[in-house]
Design a protein around this ligand. Structure first.
Ligand code: FES
Length: 106
């Protein structure tokens, strides 16, 4: 599944993310510094905040209560396209998705 990560300076990194892997895990294990993923993916830290390409928003699972609460505590502004990347699992529906890292996670 192709995922493009865009850093704040506009650098794009294309990755092939295995199905079932979260976009947070993939970014962290490849050493991208746009997300931290402090809580390890349990929707408890909000340091994996990303802005999702609007055309993919509806293909993602709905925001649950935990994610909603964490999105209220992101360091960078929450936008309509804000999601926690640990709650986005790679699957064929989101092939080609583009996510942008926020200014800061802390
Ligand atoms: Fe902590 Fe996503 S990794 S909320």
């Amino acid at each position: 599944v192709k995922v493009t990560y865009i850093s704040t300076d506009g650098t794009e990194t294309d990755m092939d993310v295995a199905e079932g892997t979260s976009l947070m895990q993939a970014a962290v294990s490849s050493g991208l510094d746009g997300v931290i993923g402090e809580c390890g993916g349990s929707a408890m830290c909000a340091t994996c905040h990303v802005y999702v390409d609007a055309s993919f928003l509806e293909k993602l699972p709905a925001i649950d209560d935990m994610e909603e609460e964490m999105l209220e505590c992101t360091s960078s502004d929450r936008r309509p396209t804000s999601r926690l990347s640990c709650q986005i699992e790679s699957n064929s529906d989101i092939d080609g998705i583009r996510v942008t890292f926020p200014e800061t996670q802390v």
